[in-house]
Structures are given as structure tokens and as C-alpha cells.
Design a binder for this molecule. Structure first.
Ligand code: GLA
Length: 742
């Protein structure tokens, strides 16, 4: 069993295959964090990791009398709290019925259960059967009686621990939570680097690594969505941690709204990570007996560098977070009409695209924005989810039949959370927008945001979307969200509950997604928010894939997909081949390169296939066949980042290896050609050192001869000596090598 409690030393030890997490009920009942890292024994008592020293200007619990050696201001805490002596970042700030802002939580009891715990109404990592064990530690403030349960689930074989907190009002009156984070992770030593993922529209999840410094480093969002600008994922690692070596700790929040991830480096060089819902504009009212559940955090430690940290997240999220039929079955290769037609399409145009696509092995046509209401452009129609019969003259069912007759599936785009002023829905229900009384509201992409905290809004959306999905054989939905939330105010809630709206909005989105994904289990849902503006682990619970970026340029995608891969599996990365010159950058890249880059994701096309030459169509046909052939390697294989595109501007390389090491795929894009190049060597990873492998160029780029063709090496040679990257002609050329065990 992975969870141990030693009552003599009052130590909890959480064991995974390769890691240990330890905490202790310390003096006076404080729950202290002891250790998280490489595996140690369950009876190792690590309570002496911090000096029992007097620390000036750090207070002592009253029960300590005149003993000044115990202070929660410097001792590592499991769930830091405000007002009772810890001056560092707190997870919890309650306003008690008497007006005090103070929590003084002490251990009361605990229980251990088999299986995974599930935070009510929130996404969570789940147990497929016999994989998990859960520890619940009950804490309580002896004066206010506010109670907190810390819930930890251990996924031993995945080397992952999830946690969240439940705060219960057992006081004598109303409590208001000003801050209620999900987790705190303390280190009693540590001079580390912190890695965050920043960005903007069309440039998501750029990797930023910086040494911790005294004070705080914060990644956060107050945009009502997890956002393009920062991602709810943070890594702490050794200064010299690399892809293949070093200690790294990841904290990933399963949440899609406002968040904060904070790294604090304190006066005695201790590091604290905290993560959860952003406290700004948050105030949750708890009447007596009510409780509040925080979102879940998934923690993973790797002692073998960042690559292994990512692979552990990939496996956890692929097997224990994504759901539905498409968790395991192969997803269809799709063609999306957005960059082909934008709003300018009708049924015949779509059928024509499908006709050509079906001949090339493409399996799904996604009809993007513009099929509904009065949606000629982006100024109108959102909210009116009724077929525009001027565009789809025979209706949706007729279009679907025509597409199905070609042997293809049909998918459809929605932006459920939004409303256009020029829409029937807005004319009927202006009060359904998020917007304060008397305020006109900020427009963004000409649209307003629906109040997803309202049950009547969600019921309308459920009825109208399920009506559409039932009206034809639709097998895919793209769920978009194309603006951020300002003017936060719900007309359905009293003034004192307005601090709950951001979170209630996300709970509402999750509720609607749960209802729709359960009602239409055969439908593949893809998340989207102006590309990857809501690419987070919360969304992956409902949509196993997410459109990674509105920037479809293959070269730009090298760094966007690189950053995304730190915490999210490749099977989740929505990636398409688009036309050249690229619509966002104007860059012209070879079709082979665009194919190789898009194949490191869900794979599909986003261009007018009718405009392609016969030769290009042949290449598309080969690419589609190739992707189907390598599908399991890409979606279930181990992913290795071989270069860092932010540092190496000459070429980018990455690799997939089959779990049994019998096959690998090496991908190289030459970003910049050099005439008299240095010897660029790539050392492969994750192969069986003793096995012999044959190196072959993949059929899709067999137009020129490559070095290494047919050469046989041992895994040891490929991993230690490496392969010279081939001499490719031209900027943006690419090659995919197949490494097959003999
Ligand atoms: C967003 C998406 C695009 C496309 C448009 C349609 O920007 O990211 O892929 O669906 O909306 O309006």
C-alpha cells in the first residue's frame, strides 16, 4: 500500500514507485511538511530537516510558553495559513464570524481509503481500478472551529500525487474565504530554478527559466481563463537540471479559470510553492455547515530531469485524466475549413473540400465558425445556435448525409460561452451577460460573455447544443472561447456573493461540459480558446485534445509545441498542416516539414485542399497514411525533447519511442541552413542499449537521399555517439527517421 502512518512518530509517508512524500503531526498539532523527492524508507523520520532555533521576528504559538524555538514562520507547512504566525505565502485566509482574519489549523484525525478522491464538480485525476489510495487529513482551528480536510491521492505506478482541500464552516456564523488555495509545497533548503510558461495569442507556453530570488515569482491569470499569457503549471528544479538529469518538481493545477502559482524564496533560503484559484476578486461566502472545495493539483517529482518529469505527466494525463471513447481509440485525421474559407462557405463548398479530402484518407470534416444564426463575420450571431439555411441550404442533416456518403465524419464548431449583441439571444436576454448594473460592458472581438454561473443560461445552452448534435450524425465538436472576462458580475447573485462569480463561471462551464460529454459519448470534443488560451489540465478532463495555437506556421509551432509538451501529452496537442504562405506569418515552408510538425500532435489539415496541385495531394495522401501508421507511437510513445528551440536556432529535434523500445521516430527540422555546417550530432534517448536498430528515412520525405539510410547501430551507439543530423538543403527543411529494432 502506498500510504503509511507511523503513530509513534506521527509521520505520514506517501510512497510511489520512485518517489516519497512525507509529513508529520508536529508539536502542538501543526501539520508539517518533511520531504518530497527520490524514494526513501517509510520509517525515516526527517523531522530534523530544519534547525529548532529561535528565529527573531518569527512568533511562537502561545502553548509554547517561553520556548522560542518553534515557529511556523520557518517550519515547513503542509497548508499554510494566514494570521497565526506564518508570514510567508498563505493558502488560506478566512474572515471568521467575529471579523478576525485568522486560521490556526491543528491536526484532528485522518483516514486512508482505497481509490482516488474526487473534488465535487471539478476535474480530477481518476483511478482506472486498483491504481490509487487516498489519505484525508482533518485539521481544525480550535477557536473558530473552521475545519479543513487535506485530501491526497497517491498513484504509485504513475509516480504522481494529487491533492486538494475542503474547507468546512463549522463555526458559529458566516465565514468568508478571501483566499483558498489548493496546495503548498515547502522545501527547507533550496536554491533552485523556477520554470513558468508565458505567452500571448499565437505564441503560447514559451518556456521561461529563472533562478529563484528572495521574494516571490508569480505566474497567474486574472482573465477568467487559464490564458495564453501564463499557464497553471510550474516547475522547480536544480540550477543544473537538464532534460536528462537533475531534481525537478512539477505542480499542475486542474483548473481553467483565474489562478495563481507562486514561488517564494524566504529569509533562510527556503522555497515555497503555492498554487490555486487566484485570490484577487475572489471571496467565497460559507454559511454554517457549508463547505468549499478547491481545484486539484497534480504533483510529480523526477530525479532524472525535465524529460522524465514530462513523460510522467503525459502518462498520468493520458491514462488517468482524459476520458471517453477517444482516450484510447484512434482519433480521425481531420480537415478544418477555417483557414480554407473563414466565414465564406456554404454546403457545396464544404462537400467539395470533403470530396478531395476523402480521396486522400482524411476522415473528418470540421465545419468551423459561421454555420449558424446571422454569422457572416465576427460581429454577430453568437448565441443563436440554429443552422443558417442560406449557407447550409438543405440543413445540417442533409450536409451530414452528403459528407457521410463520402465515407467521412462531420464535426461542428461552437462558442457556447459567448454572445453577440447582434443576436436573437441578446435581444431576448441581455441580462444573461456578465456585466455590472448600469455598465455597458467591455467588448472583445465584438462579443460579450454569457453568465455561465446561471443555471438558466446553462440549460438554454444544453438544450440548444444537444438539439443541434441530435439533429444530424455529428461526431466531433470544437468548443471555442474567444475572449477574456471583464466586468465580472452576475445578475443572479446578491452583492455579497459577487466574489464567487469567476469561480462559479468555471464550475458552470465544467457542469455544461460534463452534461454534454455524457449525453454524447461518441462525440470527440476538442477544446479551444483563440488557439491555446485555455490549454490546461482542467479542460483535458472534458476534451482529450485542445487546439494548441492559432499560429499554424510550422516553424512557430516548433517552440509552441515544445513548451506545451512540458506538462501536456502529445495526444492532446491540436496541430494541423496549413497553407503557404502561412496566414499568420507569411512564411513559406515545405509541405513535408508542415506534415512532420503537425504529426507531433493530433494531426489534420486546415487549408483549401481543392487548391492543391495533384503532386501536393499525393504528398498529403502519403502523410495521412504515414500518420495512421505511426499513430500509437505518437500518442502512446515516450516523448523526448532533443533540442531547445529557444536556444538552438539552427535546428529542432524531438523523438518518440515505443514503450517496448522496439521502434523510435526521430524528427528534425532545419530552421536555418548553413553552407559549411558544424557537425551537429543528435544523441537519441530511451532506446535499449544492447539492441540493434536500423535507421531509415520515413517514406514521406524520401525525395532526397539521406545519410544513415539503412545503417545499423546499437541503441548504445545511437544514445552515446549519436547521429549526425542530415545535410538538408534550404531553410525549414525537415526529415523524419524511423529507428527500428532488428
Ligand atoms: C478561434 C479559433 C480558430 C477559429 C476561430 C473562429 O480563433 O482558435 O481556430 O475556430 O476562432 O472564429
Amino acid at each position: 500500500m502506498p500510504i503509511f502512518y507511523n503513530p509513534e512518530i506521527k509521520i505520514f509517508t506517501l510512497q510511489t514507485q520512485n518517489t516519497t512524500y512525507q509529513m508529520k503531526v508536529g508539536d502542538y498539532g501543526y501539520l508539517l511538511h518533511l520531504y518530497y523527492g527520490a524514494k526513501i524508507g517509510e520509517n525515516d523520520d526527517l523531522s530534523l530537516l530544519a534547525y529548532p532555533l529561535e528565529r527573531s521576528f518569527s512568533g511562537n504559538p502561545n502553548e509554547a510558553g517561553y520556548d522560542r524555538s518553534f515557529t511556523i514562520d520557518t517550519l515547513p507547512q503542509e497548508y499554510s495559513m494566514f494570521g497565526s504566525g506564518d508570514f510567508r505565502s498563505s493558502c488560506l485566509i478566512p474572515v471568521n464570524p467575529d471579523g478576525t482574519r485568522e486560521a490556526d489549523l491543528r491536526y484532528v484525525s485522518h483516514e486512508i481509503e482505497s481509490g482516488a478522491a474526487a473534488p465535487q464538480g471539478l476535474p480530477h485525476v481518476y483511478d482506472n481500478g486498483g491504481e490509487a489510495e487516498t489519505l484525508k487529513i482533518h485539521l481544525q482551528d480550535p477557536v473558530s472551529h473552521l475545519a479543513v480536510t487535506l485530501v491526497y491521492t497517491v498513484f504509485a505506478a504513475r509516480d504522481a500525487i494529487t491533492r486538494y482541500a475542503v474547507i468546512e464552516n463549522k463555526t458559529t456564523g458566516r465565514v468568508e474565504l478571501e483566499k483558498a488555495l489548493s496546495a503548498c509545497l515547502d522545501f527547507t533548503h533550496g536554491d533552485y530554478d523556477v520554470i513558468t510558461f508565458w505567452g500571448r495569442h499565437c505564441f503560447e507556453r514559451a518556456v521561461e527559466r529563472t533562478p529563484v530570488r528572495h521574494g516571490k515569482i508569480v505566474a497567474d491569470s486574472l482573465r477568467g481563463a487559464s490564458s495564453h499569457q501564463q499557464n497553471p503549471f510550474m516547475i522547480l528544479c536544480d540550477h543544473d537540471a537538464t532534460e536528462t538529469a537533475g531534481d525537478c518538481w512539477g505542480m499542475s493545477l486542474l483548473y481553467s479559470g483565474n489562478f495563481i502559482a507562486e514561488c517564494e524564496y524566504d529569509q533562510i533560503w527556503q522555497t515555497r510553492l503555492t498554487m490555486g484559484i487566484h485570490p484577487h476578486a475572489f471571496r467565497w461566502v460559507l454559511e454554517q455547515g457549508e463547505s468549499f472545495t478547491t481545484p486539484e493539483v497534480a504533483m510529480i517529482y523526477s530525479g532524472e530531469g525535465l524529460g522524465e518529469l514530462s513523460r510522467r505527466y503525459h502518462k498520468l494525463y493520458r491514462h488517468n485524466l482524459c476520458r471517453g471513447q477517444y482516450k484510447t481509440s484512434r482519433r480521425p485525421v481531420l480537415i478544418n475549413n477555417w483557414e480554407a474559407t473563414y466565414f465564406d462557405f456554404d454546403d457545396d463548398k464544404l462537400v467539395k473540400i470533403a470530396e478531395d479530402a476523402s480521396k486522400l484518407g482524411i476522415e473528418l470534416l470540421v465545419m468551423d465558425d459561421g454555420w449558424f444564426g446571422k454569422r457572416e463575420g465576427d460581429t454577430s450571431g453568437l448565441g443563436d445556435w440554429f443552422v443558417n439555411t442560406q449557407k447550409l441550404r438543405g440543413g445540417l442533416d442533409s450536409l451530414c448525409r452528403r459528407i457521410n456518403a463520402l465515407g467521412m465524419k462531420l464535426g461542428i464548431w461552437f462558442e457556447p460561452e459567448m454572445i453577440s449583441e447582434d443576436s436573437d439571444l441578446y435581444r431576448a436576454h441581455p441580462e444573461w451577460c456578465l456585466r455590472g448594473p448600469g455598465r455597458a460592458g467591455v467588448r472583445s472581438r465584438y462579443q460579450f460573455v454569457l453568465d455561465m454561473s446561471r443555471e438558466d443560461v446553462r440549460q438554454y445552452l444544453f438544450d440548444v447544443i444537444s438539439g443541434v448534435l441530435s439533429s444530424a450524425n455529428l461526431e466531433y465538436v470544437k468548443w471555442d472561447m474567444n475572449r477574456h472576462i471583464s466586468n465580472i458580475y452576475s445578475g443572479a447573485l446578491p452583492a455579497e456573493k459577487q466574489g464567487e462569480v469567476y469561480h462559479r463561471y468555471i464550475l458552470g462551464v465544467y457542469d455544461l461540459m460534463e452534461r454534454l460529454t455524457s449525453a454524447f459519448p461518441h462525440v470527440l470534443f476538442e477544446g479551444c480558446s483563440g488557439g491555446g488560451g485555455r490549454f490546461d489540465a482542467g479542460m483535458l478532463y472534458y476534451t482529450p485534445q485542445i487546439w494548441c495555437s492559432d499560429d499554424t506556421d510550422a516553424i512557430e509551432r516548433l517552440s509552441i509545441q515544445y513548451g506545451t509538451s512540458f506538462s501536456y501529452p502529445i495526444s492532446a496537442v491540436g496541430s494541423h498542416v496549413s497553407a503557404v504562405p502561412n496566414h499568420q506569418t507569411g512564411r513559406v515552408t515545405p509541405l513535408a516539414t508542415r506534415g512532420i510538425v503537425a504529426m507531433s500532435g493530433t494531426f489534420g489539415y486546415e487549408l483549401d485542399i481543392n487548391k492543391m496541385t495533384a503532386e501536393e495531394k499525393e504528398i498529403v495522401k502519403e502523410q495521412v497514411a504515414r500518420f495512421k501508421e505511426i499513430y500509437s507511437l505518437v500518442s502512446d510513445g515516450d516523448y523526448y525533447r532533443l533540442t531547445d528551440p529557444f536556444k538552438n536556432t539552427n535546428y529542432t529535434a524531438w523523438q518518440f519511442t515505443a514503450p517496448d523500445q522496439s521502434r523510435a521516430l526521430l524528427n528534425v527540422v532545419q530552421v536555418k541552413m548553413e553552407v559549411c555546417p558544424v557537425n551537429f550530432l543528435i544523441r537519441l534517448r530511451g532506446l535499449n542499449p544492447g539492441a540493434r536498430y536500423c535507421v531509415q528515412a520515413a517514406p514521406l520525405n524520401a525525395t532526397q537521399r539521406f545519410e544513415h539510410e539503412g545503417t545499423v547501430y546499437t541503441g548504445a551507439a545511437l544514445m552515446n555517439a549519436g547521429l549526425l543530423i542530415p545535410l538538408l538543403k534550404g531553410d525549414y527543411a525537415a526529415v523524419q527517421y524511423e529507428i527500428i529494432q532488428l
